[in-house]
Design a protein around this ligand. Structure first.
Ligand SMILES: [Zn+2]
Length: 259
């Protein structure tokens, strides 16, 4: 797995502190890509699990102060999110969805070929996977924990970009801050779902597995970068589900802006 020594940069977008892929900031100046860190002042009102019968977020996606800060920081008003269910379904953002924070249903991958829309997923230990075709200007963003990785959400998101015009040879992928392989101890149900030997007390490097999946989809090693950041062992830089952060998430975002 290629580890770039300067993969991510901590920076600000109109006062919003975010971690961004450093190389992409230089190469793709109109790309708005990043992830928020531990920010007690920001609440993203995350949506997890199947849609309940009476869904309090069904209307407008419950924009809260986190979403407003993201809209202000990126200058993009149109934000797409999903009810994340740890599966492999992919939602496409289409023209005519309207402004504001929109919930595109139950999915863990989002794709678009439109500028002026911000794809988002919320994470705390799971891997945010950014897929960019800078030539065809097609974007994909996936939320991949162990269930989503086992279900193949990253490959499904990549393949959903191809009918929109994305090409394997121009794609770039970045695996953002997530729990590292030295922190992620899992049980046999997880290792066997991931196709590894089902022993007790195994440590799993989710980002390493996802990088392998991307190679199997046809991306070369130079097309995939991996964050050095661990959400669990870097004290209080990020939210970590494993470390006990149950009510908070970081927000990963990806969109083409006009600046
Ligand atoms: Zn760690």
């Amino acid at each position: 797995m290629p580890i770039d020594p300067a993969v991510e940069r901590l920076t600000r977008l109109a006062g919003l502190q975010v971690f961004r892929q450093a190389d992409w900031m230089e190469r793709f100046p109109t790309l708005l890509q990043g992830i928020t860190g531990r920010a007690p002042g920001l609440d993203f009102g995350f949506l997890d699990g199947p849609t309940p019968t009476a869904d309090p977020f069904a209307g407008d996606g419950s924009p809260s102060n986190g979403w407003e800060a993201l809209q202000r920081g990126t200058g993009i008003r149109r934000v797409a999110r999903c009810r994340q269910v740890h599966g492999a379904a992919v939602a496409r953002h289409l023209a005519g969805e309207g402004d504001g924070v929109i919930v595109l249903g139950e999915a863990d991958g989002l794709v678009t070929d439109m500028a002026g829309v911000l794809l988002t997923v919320t994470v705390a230990d799971c891997v945010p996977v950014y897929l960019v075709d800078p030539i065809q200007r097609v974007l994909g963003l996936a939320h991949a924990g162990w269930r989503g990785t086992a279900a193949g959400v990253v490959g499904a998101t990549l393949r959903a970009m191809l009918p929109l015009g994305a090409r394997l040879d121009s794609l770039c992928a970045h695996l953002g801050p997530a729990i590292c392989g030295e922190c992620y101890e899992v049980g046999p149900e997880v290792t066997s779902a991931l196709g590894e030997s089902p022993e007790e007390g195994r440590y799993v490097d989710l980002r390493g597995l996802i990088a392998s999946q991307l190679r199997a989809e046809g991306l070369g090693p130079a097309q995939v970068t991996v964050s050095r950041h661990c959400t669990r062992c870097e004290d209080r830089a990020f939210y970590s589900y494993r470390a006990g952060d149950r009510g908070r998430r970081m927000c990963a975002f990806l969109g083409w802006g006009s600046r």
